[in-house]
Design a binder for this molecule. Structure first.
Ligand SMILES: [Zn+2]
Ligand SMILES: [Zn+2]
Length: 152
């Protein structure tokens, strides 16, 4: 880490460190159940791809943060698998849930709550990754990649 970090860089570092500390509590409280943390090598392919794209966006400084993450102190960061170059706060992630697409087919996922099981949530070392699937794609492959709440 270089010493010429900008205030924005430092804020981002704080965000990423805070993700692990608060994220687990939030996932429990939001209905996803206990978060699952797995080594990157064993992560589902969708999560590895989201992570790779997120890191590429970081390297090229093309990633974006919702305005809440840039103000109000460190808090967990949420990464949506369909748009991993965008970092979101928890409230923005929840607000977008209704309009997120299915990661498999790109159609509206139309998932209304974590209770339907079609959102997979994985806690990475620095961010919470989630993907949504539509009912059709979920039924076609209900277990593959579904870690939260599945006992995996
Ligand atoms: Zn936000
Ligand atoms: Zn689908």
């Amino acid at each position: 880490m270089k010493d010429d970090r900008t205030p924005r860089d430092i804020a981002i570092d704080d965000q990423l460190r805070a993700a692990g500390a608060e994220g687990a509590d939030w996932l429990m409280a939001s209905g996803w159940g206990a978060p699952v943390t797995i080594p990157v090598q064993k992560a589902a392919r969708w999560q590895r791809e989201a992570r790779a794209r997120m890191l590429a966006a970081e390297a090229s400084d093309t990633w974006t943060f919702c305005k809440h993450l840039c103000a109000g102190g460190p808090q967990p960061v949420v990464v949506h698998a369909e748009t991993p170059e965008r970092m979101l706060c928890r409230a923005c992630s929840i607000a977008e849930r209704a309009t997120r697409p299915c990661l498999i087919c790109g159609k509206p996922a139309a998932s209304e709550s974590p209770a339907d099981g079609r959102e997979d949530v994985i806690m990475g070392p620095v961010a919470i990754y989630t993907r949504l699937r539509c009912a059709t794609c979920y039924r076609a492959d209900p277990l593959h990649g579904t870690f939260a709440g599945s006992g995996f």
